[in-house]
Ligand binder design. Structure first.
Ligand code: AP5
Ligand code: MG
Length: 213
């Protein structure tokens, strides 16, 4: 199964991706996670990515297309399939992905589009907390860790500051429509209502993916 998951910042792509990976065994490819890993390791690519991410801007297409192409060419992808999260994010990236998939002889099976009211996203992102050891994502109010948890075990993303979030939303709203139109033309898009409880969103996602098998 080869899938994309799309949605605005905070729509719940990463949250649903973790559940999809657990249920369907596909490889999770998140460009945001790849950039954050490179930033943590202070590689050249990480330093370059940081200069864009901290401002809420997109990393240049050449860089992003390159890391995705490299990852999709690895041997586990042909066996497990993949779920791309946060890519493509410009129409040029969508065209580059079409070309990469054609070269690798891979067919895309579906695009999960999580639709959310943008007004709910600031609250979601400002309350997001991530476990320092496992990397698991929670929310202080909507999805708190079980039991009495120690806040020191969690961190917040640098780009979740309100000023940066506003820019991220503007950038993603502007870029998103042509990409969806591109995949709607190919009849690949499945719209999911994202303003529901996390488990209800996943129930809808699960139904869609099961119908693709
Ligand atoms: P990336 O990491 O992809 O960030 P994003 O698209 O802004 O999306 P998020 O990860 O913030 O949100 P999400 O949809 O995964 O939500 P989550 O599940 O965590 O990209 C970061 C940056 O990297 C970009 O700004 C850009 O600079 C760069 N970049 C990445 N890819 C790129 C590309 N292709 N090209 C160029 N640049 C690129 O949920 C959010 C919160 O809400 C959590 O706290 C969660 O618990 C909670 N939540 C989730 N679902 C629900 C629900 N149903 N109800 C209530 N709360 C919920
Ligand atoms: Mg994410």
């Amino acid at each position: 199964m080869n899938l994309l998951i799309m949605g605005l910042p905070g729509a719940g792509k990463g949250t649903q991706a973790a559940k999809i990976v657990e249920r369907f065994g596909v490889a999770h490819i998140s460009t945001g996670d790849m950039f954050r890993a490179a930033m943590a390791n202070q590689t050249e690519m990480g330093k370059l990515a940081k200069s864009y991410i901290d401002k809420g801007e997109l990393v240049p297409d050449e860089v992003t297309n390159g890391i995705v192409k490299e990852r999709l060419a690895q041997t586990d992808i042909a066996e497990k399939g993949f779920l791309l999260d946060g890519y493509p994010r410009t129409i040029e990236q969508a065209y580059a992905l079409d070309q990469t998939l054609a070269e690798l002889n891979i067919t895309l099976d579906g695009v999960i589009n999580i639709e959310v009211n943008p007004d709910s996203l600031l609250e979601r992102l400002s309350g997001r907390i991530i476990h320092k050891v496992t990397g698991e994502t929670f929310h202080k109010v909507f999805n708190p860790p079980a039991g009495d948890y120690n806040e020191d075990d969690y961190y917040q993303r640098e780009d979740d500051k309100p000023e940066t979030v506003k820019r991220r939303l503007d950038v993603n709203i502007a870029q998103g429509e042509p990409i969806l139109a591109h995949y709607r033309e190919k009849n690949l898009v499945h719209d999911i209502q994202g303003n529901q409880e996390i488990d209800s969103v996943f129930a809808d996602v699960e139904k869609v993916i099961s119908s693709l098998k």
